[in-house]
Design a protein around this ligand. Structure first.
Ligand code: SF4
Ligand code: SF4
Ligand code: SF4
Length: 314
């Protein structure tokens, strides 16, 4: 999606804010590794381009000074704690750098028995925001460059963490884009909505980047990869695309943490997080449940109660 709709490039925070968060992460990571409290720290390190940040796993105290936090620290690092990355956890307790929106994914993974809190040291970030897609890493955080999810963030301050890096600067409110987008979707007739999604999903090339980057797509055998029998047509044709996206949306309903990593990774600019957010709203209205609020929560679509409404069965 277009993150440059607002062209105001005035920096939202001083660069010293990111420097202070970086310094705090480094000193805590160093302390943890020196004391042997954790075997690894999952965080961000600088990339080749000025200001860029990419996921990194640091296992030596001497390397703690390579860790950074910048507006480019976009990845949801909880992905590195799923079954797909077994090698990361095998050494024992690990530390992870987590923004407020990433914490919801950690809580969800704990609720699904993929993680144990006691095996984790969480370095939470007092988070002013990160870049949206397509922004040069060296650009300061501004109304024009900030990710859409950050414009209406409710989790700038991490809760329930073991250490908090940095101090949150004063943040001016920004115009909401995601809520307006959801309101526009909900105002459509069913036929308009169908046409809207068919048009967007027809662009899908089935690269599966959205699946690979999602912390909740950790099944070792994805239904969509099965070909004997085939669950979902794998070529990027309209019926298969619709099948894949319906499976994906239903599989993540009540579980999706709303990190927007799927949407950020999509090369075809498909508004995946709009679909996620619509599903999340439906689940909240129907079951009063919100993903990622409590680690012990099971999603409403993954548990059965004898008094569940059965009236839809004819
Ligand atoms: S949504 Fe909130 S916690 Fe997440 S990156 Fe944006 S500002 Fe930080
Ligand atoms: S990342 Fe985008 S193009 Fe790739 S499979 Fe997902 S929706 Fe389709
Ligand atoms: S579906 Fe997308 S927004 Fe939801 S947890 Fe997965 S990557 Fe994050």
């Amino acid at each position: 999606m277009n993150n440059t709709a607002k062209k105001d490039t005035t920096p939202l925070v001083e660069s010293s804010y990111y420097e202070a968060v970086t310094a705090a992460i480094r000193s805590e990571a160093k302390r943890l590794l020196e004391a042997g409290e954790v075997t690894a720290v999952i965080g961000y390190t600088g990339g080749r381009r000025k200001g860029s940040a990419q996921p990194a796993i640091v296992t030596e105290a001497a390397a703690a000074d390579t860790l950074v936090f910048s507006p480019s620290s976009v990845n949801n690092l909880s992905l590195y704690l799923t079954k797909a990355k077994k090698e990361v956890k095998k050494g024992g307790k690990v530390a992870i750098v987590a923004k407020g929106c990433d914490l919801k994914a950690l809580a969800g993974l704990m609720g699904e028995s993929q993680l144990k809190r006691e095996n984790l040291f969480i370095i939470g970030i007092s988070c002013a925001g990160v870049h949206g897609t397509g922004i040069a890493p060296s650009e300061p955080l501004s109304a024009a460059s900030i990710a859409r999810k950050c414009r209406e963030c409710s989790v700038h301050m991490p809760e329930g963490v073991d250490f908090t890096a940095g101090t949150l600067p004063k943040l001016e409110p920004l115009t909401a884009i995601e809520s307006e987008e959801l309101a526009r979707l909900e105002a459509m007739t069913p036929a308009e909505r169908w046409a809207f999604w068919r048009s967007h999903l027809s662009r899908c090339i089935r690269c599966l980047a959205c699946r690979q980057v999602c912390p909740f797509c950790y099944c070792e055998q994805c239904l969509c990869d099965r070909n004997r029998p085939q669950g979902v047509e794998s070529t990027p044709r309209p019926a298969g695309n619709m099948g894949w996206h319906i499976v994906r949306a239903m599989h993540l309903a009540g579980r999706c943490a709303g990190c927007a990593e799927c949407e950020r990774s999509c090369p075809m600019d498909i508004p995946l997080n709009l679909l996620n957010r619509k599903m999340a709203r439906e689940l909240k209205e129907l079951y009063g449940q919100e993903a990622g609020m409590e680690p012990q929560e099971k999603g409403p679509l993954t548990q059965y109660k004898e008094d569940d409404d059965q009236s839809f069965i004819k």
